[in-house]
Design a protein. Structure first.
Lengths: 270, 286
């Protein structure tokens, strides 16, 4: 490609980039305006600008509390998913019988079932044993998200030679030791993928937690939904709240971008 | 590990228990309840296929079905065209292509609920201001009728998911050996010929993946629908997932909602399986 072609591509790219970023620009600039300022001009820079919106929405969102809830739920669920699905995939991959093939099919078929088909009986059952709280939610995430994770682990495990297991076995290691000391460390690239995919899905989830969590355990999306309902038409507050709630996600993205892109690709392609 | 060995089953236990509790038992219960007059707590009698007959006469369900089908057709085409376009753009060698990748993928990190709120502001306030400034009437009063609600949902979805689809196409584009492209150049193939005769056939597997993802995601969308239009005005932009949720939690019609959810399951599963089978066959034919 010639120099001219590259310049043209660069310009097209810049224009598309601006188009993609424009929503962020509008949210950010207007979150620093007074209600009058937004009414006067949505597109301009904030003048005069104010930080009050952030102070008010920070309190109204109970930001520290909901951030903590989101963190606890996401971290616990992701750790359990990694543990449960890597164990299951190991058992299935090292067993070459019709049974393991059938079980794998069962896991894959679970991925086809949409959430709405299980939602009502699921919440009724967990409610009956008083588990409609963040710990019940963590168990639900393990159930919903381990199928894909088992599938991903299974693919990587097939490339780890069984000789690894056998030599550890000769040295007297138990099955559990073989798994934790030899096999699991070799799975770390795919573990990162499993973690990334589940972090994104669980952190942003709305419908399931809205049916499960009591108000004291609200995560960021739930708090945001309530907050938005209360402050409808008060865009200056709503926009500051939106900005606050996406800051952790954007920071995570910029920090872990390389792994995120790899994880998302693996998750879709494998 | 042998089938009968204790460790085989111990390793599987956590996953099997969680799957049974969370997916398999509830889906079977739901299937059963869809043949009863269940009210969320108890049921008094079996009603046969009554709920299924009702749902096919239910205007809200049928409307949601056709709205969702239209949405899926438009977004599948747009996402694959734009996603592939962006992938071709950022895999060219020019300054800033990596930075652009970062930007295009960024909306995908944000949850559907918050994305819907962001765009509600842009459609109702931003578009309004742009329309006033540029004297364009079509930019005004967005989300107040079915048409702008529909295109609003399409725009949010395209903005969110194009970067995701782009990433997948990039993965396949990078697998095409450079020598083949260079050889074709030497043989005098034009850029368009190189694209249609080499690039396109070689990324056929990417189509399978992207079609599958965009189709099933399109059918299952709920969060964006809730936060952008909440189904309004007058339920005209209510999609299938939202109709099922509202049938249960707003109208209290739990048995009917279960029947709808089972039909929804059959639709989503059938489309996914047919689509994968078809694309596998087409890849083999190439």
């Amino acid at each position: 490609m010639g120099k001219k072609g590259r310049t043209t591509l660069g310009i097209v790219g810049i224009l598309l980039g601006i188009l993609w970023l424009f929503p962020f620009y509008l949210i950010l600039t207007n979150s620093f305006k007074t209600p009058k300022g937004i009414f006067a001009s949505v597109l301009s820079f904030p003048h005069p600008s104010t930080g009050d919106n952030y102070v008010n929405s920070f309190k109204a969102l109970n930001f520290i509390g909901s951030l903590t809830n989101s963190l606890i739920i996401t971290v616990c669920a992701v750790l359990l998913i990694i543990l449960a699905s890597s164990m299951a995939a190991y058992a299935l991959q090292r067993n070459h019988s019709k049974l393991s093939g059938g079980l794998l099919m069962l896991f894959i078929s679970a991925m086809l079932i949409p959430f709405q088909s299980v939602m009502i009986p699921l919440t009724a059952n967990f409610g009956a044993v008083h588990f409609l709280n963040m710990w019940g939610l963590v168990i639900m995430y393990v159930g919903f998200d381990c199928s894909l994770s088992v599938f991903l682990y299974q693919g990587t495990l097939s490339s780890i030679p069984i000789a690894m297991d056998e030599s550890a076995e000769i040295e007297g290691a138990s099955r559990w030791q073989i798994f934790t000391k030899v096999i699991f460390p070799m799975l770390s690239p795919i573990t990162v993928t499993v973690a990334i995919l589940n972090i994104i899905a669980i952190w942003n989830d709305y419908l399931l937690p809205s049916l499960v969590l009591p108000q004291a355990q609200y995560t960021i999306p739930l708090q945001m939904f309530n907050f938005f309902g209360e402050y409808t038409k008060q865009w200056h507050l709503a926009l500051a709240g939106i900005t606050l709630s996406i800051i952790p996600v954007i920071l995570f993205y910029l920090f872990a971008q390389k792994w995120i892109i790899k994880g998302v690709t693996d998750g879709a392609v494998k | 590990m042998k089938n009968r060995s204790l460790s085989f089953w111990l390793f599987l236990t956590p996953t099997l228990v969680a799957l049974a509790l969370v997916v398999f038992i509830p889906v079977l219960e739901g299937l059963f309840y869809s043949f009863t007059n269940w009210d969320g707590l108890t049921f008094t009698k079996m009603v046969g296929f009554q709920n299924y007959i009702t749902l096919f006469q239910d205007k809200a369900f049928l409307n949601a079905f056709w709205f969702t089908v239209g949405f899926v057709i438009v977004t599948v085409i747009m996402l694959n065209v734009i996603g592939l376009g962006l992938a071709l753009l950022v895999t060219q060698k020019f300054k800033g292509n990596n930075f652009l990748r970062t930007i295009f993928f960024m909306p995908n990190m944000i949850g559907g609920l918050i994305l819907g709120f962001i765009w509600q502001f842009i459609f109702t306030q931003g578009f309004q201001a742009l329309g006033n400034a540029l004297h364009m009437d079509w930019l005004q009063n967005w989300l107040t009728n079915e048409t702008t609600g529909f295109w609003g949902l399409v725009i949010v979805t395209v903005w969110q998911m194009s970067g995701y689809i782009m990433i997948i196409y990039i993965a396949y584009l990078q697998n095409i050996p450079n020598e083949i492209i260079e050889a074709a150049k030497i043989d005098g193939a034009s850029a368009w010929q190189r694209f249609t005769k080499i690039t396109f056939p070689m990324i056929a597997p990417a189509f399978t993946v992207c079609m599958f993802l965009t189709l099933s995601n399109g059918f299952k969308i709920y969060d964006q629908n809730l936060s952008l239009t909440n189904g309004g005005p007058y339920n005209s932009t209510q999609m299938l997932a939202m109709d099922i949720v509202n049938t249960a939690y707003n109208s209290g019609n739990f048995a009917l909602s279960e029947a709808k959810a089972i039909v929804f399951f059959v639709i989503v599963a059938a489309i996914s399986l047919i689509q994968v089978a078809y694309n596998r066959k087409r890849e083999e034919d190439l």
